[in-house]
Design a protein. Structure first.
Length: 568
């Protein structure tokens, strides 16, 4: 039982108990209605699109790399050592040639006409050794190491994104249930990789399977005896020396092309698109399940805050004992009922057990027969699947051959059409270029004429704008003067009105027609103050004029008296 099945079974059993309680049901209903904002589950799936250029290049190039590895190129190395004649086991042509050049190794020369053998003291022993650490094999080993890292880095990133699980849950509740008040906030985030339920889509998985096959091929080639032997030699580094084998041998030449491709490939090799999925608000069932989470949190908090674990455990154990006794009693009642039935039917317990064993044996025999039928069906199914597989492989080979031929025909047709389209395009391009040059000249002339007309129009507009600005300025000045005159006139009229009202009220006061307390309200008293101010200004102006007139009359009278005194 995996983790999901375990928690689902435990949660289902838990829900069976809470569903039987009306108090729990009402609490969950109150929680569902107490949302401060919509509950939300947001999950993100990454849709990975793999670039086919590098996958195709590796798939094509690895065929030639495998062929190059199978060639097992080697260098025959000869090691020669002069050893005593007693140690020489075999003599080669090189040993005889060496002895001919070094006659000092000969100690016994047979006499002329004698049948004795020529016996040297020492002789050259030549050993042929096969050296597989040639430059081309070391190049293949370096290429396979680079391909292994090249594939692993991109495959890990692609599978990590394609199988990544990312989710966020947000819940906010404010619930009043009887005398209880619950405020509950959840912000939950979870991220996991290589999730079994977040598999890549079908198209991406097909490409991933191809990459896995390429990675497996590279691993197999690295584990060949040749590559294990070459691994002991110094590693080849860039730049690669293009030997005759690398330039002329088709397999090594294609391997060098693959090396140039992967070492110059600087892209990620895939694209990623985020696809968010939102559940908000919760469906009724989901909301009810999450309400169980709030109720369980409330219980755990209350239990630990009040130290109720021991008491609740004791009550739980008592309830379990009561249930066990109840089950035992039910079992005893069933046994009594069974004994009663056996007694009524006249069958002893041993006979009843024998009947049960016979029935079990019959069922087991049937089970064995069914197992054999299942085995036969499985073998038949495997045979059919193997036949289908072979047929499918044959179809794939035929389809590949047909596809290759179709591609060749299509490429030939495409090249012919491309050549014709290219010639047609060049002709149209020349014609369009000539027309474009004529249109360009006409557009340049039209542009110059339009520019001249626009400049003239701009000059006229500038003159008109200047005249309008002068007119507007004069109008604004006249309007300002008129507003000033009207304001002055308005102030004069208000002043005269208040002065007249002050004179009227003074006369009314002299005649006793104004009652005391008539001007005690705020508005009337403020108006009375304004009238007093107006009268004071009038009084001051009249007093100033009266003083001037008195001064003038006094000066005139004094002048007249001086004139009279002089005449006497």
């Amino acid at each position: 039982m995996n983790r999901l099945d375990l928690y689902f079974r435990a949660f289902t059993d838990y829900r069976k108990l809470t569903k039987e309680s009306s108090d729990s049901t009402h609490l969950r209903a109150a929680i569902l209605g107490g949302s401060l904002e919509p509950d939300k589950i947001v999950s993100t799936q990454y849709i990975v699109s793999v670039d086919s250029d590098w996958v195709d290049a590796l798939e094509k190039g690895l065929v030639y790399v495998a062929k190059a590895v199978k060639e097992e190129r080697q260098f025959i190395r000869r090691n020669g050592e002069v050893v005593p004649i007693e140690k020489a086991k075999a003599v080669s042509r090189a040993s005889v040639e060496h002895l001919a050049r070094h006659s000092n190794y000969i100690s016994h020369v047979p006499e002329e006409g004698s049948s004795d053998d020529l016996i040297p003291d020492k002789i050259l022993l030549v050993e042929k050794l096969s050296d597989y650490a040639v430059y081309e094999n070391r190049f293949l080993y370096a290429l396979l190491l680079f391909l292994n890292d090249f594939i692993a880095v991109r495959l890990n990133q692609i599978t990590d994104l394609a199988n990544k699980y990312l989710a966020h849950t947000s819940i906010k509740k404010d619930v009043t249930f009887g005398k209880r008040h619950l405020v509950y906030t959840v912000d939950f985030d979870e991220t996991s990789r290589d999730d079994p339920y977040r598999q890549a889509d079908q198209s991406t998985q097909a490409v991933i399977d191809r990459i896995l096959a390429e990675q497996h091929e590279v691993t197999m080639l690295l584990n060949t005896p040749l590559m294990k032997e070459v691994a002991k030699a110094p590693l080849v580094h860039a730049p690669i020396t293009k030997t005759n084998v690398l330039k002329m041998n088709p397999n090594f030449k294609a391997s060098l092309v693959l090396w140039d491709f992967v070492t110059s490939y600087n892209k990620k090799g895939y694209g990623v698109q985020e696809r968010p999925s939102v559940i908000s608000p919760f469906p009724e069932l989901v909301g009810d399940e999450f309400a169980e989470l709030l109720a369980l949190t409330s219980f755990l908090t209350y239990e630990n805050a009040n130290g109720l674990r021991e008491e609740l455990l004791k009550r739980y154990q008592e309830e379990e004992k009561r249930r066990q006794k109840e089950e035992q009693q039910k079992l005893a009642d069933r046994i009594k009922l069974l004994k009663k039935r056996l007694k009524e039917e006249g069958i002893t317990p041993e006979e009843y057990i024998g009947l049960l064993e016979k029935r079990i044996n019959d069922l087991e025999a049937n089970l064995v027969e069914k197992d054999e039928e299942i085995r036969i069906l499985n073998e038949k199914h495997e045979a059919e699947m193997e036949a289908l597989k072979q047929s499918h492989l044959a179809e794939i080979v035929a389809l590949k051959e047909a596809q290759a031929q179709a591609l060749k025909d299509l490429a030939a047709d495409y090249e012919a059409k491309l050549a014709a389209q290219k010639a047609d395009y060049e002709s149209q391009l020349a014609t369009q270029k000539a027309d474009y040059e004529q249109q360009l000249l006409a557009a340049a002339k039209a542009k110059d004429d339009l520019a001249a007309a626009k400049n003239h129009e701009i000059e006229e507009l500038e003159k008109s704008e200047a005249q309008k600005d002068q007119t507007i300025a004069a109008s604004e000045a006249a309007l300002a003067q008129e507003k000033s005159d009207r304001a002055t006139e308005k102030e004069q009229l208000i002043y005269e009105k208040r002065l007249a009202e002050a004179e009227l009220q003074a006369l009314q006061n002299d005649k006793g027609k104004i009652k005391r307390g008539e001007f005690t309200s705020k508005d009337r008293f403020e108006e009375l103050e304004r009238e007093r101010d107006a009268f004071n200004r009038f009084f001051n102006a009249e007093w100033k004029a009266a003083k001037a007139k008195i001064r003038e009359e006094t000066y005139a009278k004094a002048k007249e008296e001086r004139t009279k005194r002089k005449s006497k």
